[in-house]
Design a binder for this molecule. Structure first.
Ligand code: ATP
Length: 235
């Protein structure tokens, strides 16, 4: 798996004040792939992304970005080098318009225009002037993803539970958005409790349980094996 990785974690141990949360986590993502990280509530999915971004720096192990050791770098440096994180809580500014939310996402001095984002997300284009907080949950998620695409040269997009809190019909829209990004060649890690959605989109999958990677395989192979799905995800 490790060959030719855009992003690789190798033996990562991460702690919060109250103890260790990730145990020897290793994973890798190749160019243009969607890698799914699935597991139950509290398994350590968000912490894995935080460890990559330098928000909760690992105590041991390495994070490599295109072969370069980025462990211990701060989130701003990591973002500038092209790793972008769309957090679980979406964190859009409800009282600002869609356009304003997108402009804020651009780094200061960066005047790349937002038009490529509007080309990708026609629904946001129609709503440029609308206050973000008045949009539907699915539209807000699209805005959060769109914002993740802006700023310094995107190389890998980390998506934390994009389906969370959305009705099944809206989850389909978000899945479609993610599929379009993949078609455009965007490399992604997709963290999801909604394993069905994640495995349908992903090339490769990891299952995390209480901070350990307990299973990994091609996503299709995993998805088509009912007993593995039952064993690891209870579905
Ligand atoms: P969820 O889907 O609920 O977000 P998750 O798989 O993303 O779950 P994490 O959020 O990574 O799981 O949490 C893993 C463990 O770390 C949990 O036991 C959680 O309580 C703990 N944890 C998460 N954030 C912190 C924090 N800031 N301080 C202390 N413990 C934390």
């Amino acid at each position: 798996r490790a060959t030719n990785a855009v992003l690789q974690m190798d033996g990562i141990d991460t702690y919060y004040q109250n103890g260790q949360v990730l145990f020897d986590v290793s994973l890798s993502v190749r160019p243009g792939e969607i890698v799914a990280l699935v597991g139950r509530n509290g398994a350590g999915k968000t912490t894995t992304l935080r460890s990559i971004m330098g928000l909760t720096p690992p105590r041991s192990g390495q994070v490599l970005h295109r072969g370069e050791d980025i462990t211990g770098q701060g989130p701003d440096t990591i973002r500038r080098n092209g790793i972008s994180w769309v957090p679980e809580e979406r964190r859009i500014f409800p009282d600002l318009t869609v356009e304003e939310n997108l402009r804020i996402a651009q780094s200061s001095g960066d005047d790349t225009d937002t038009s490529f984002v509007y080309d990708r997300f026609p629904r946001l284009d129609e709503r440029r002037g609308q206050l973000a907080g008045t949009m539907s949950g699915g539209e807000q998620q699209m805005l959060a993803i769109a914002r993740g695409l802006l700023g310094p040269s995107l190389d890998v997009l980390l998506l934390d539970e994009p389906s969370e809190g959305l009705a099944p019909s809206i989850v389909k829209d978000v899945a479609e958005t993610i599929r379009t990004l993949k078609d455009d060649g965007v490399t992604m890690i997709l963290v999801e409790q909604n394993a069905e959605m994640a495995l349908e989109l992903a090339d490769y999958a990891y299952v995390i349980q209480t901070g350990e990677i307990v299973y990994q395989s091609d996503a299709d192979q995993f998805r088509s094996n009912q007993s593995l799905m039952q064993q690891y995800l209870g579905v």
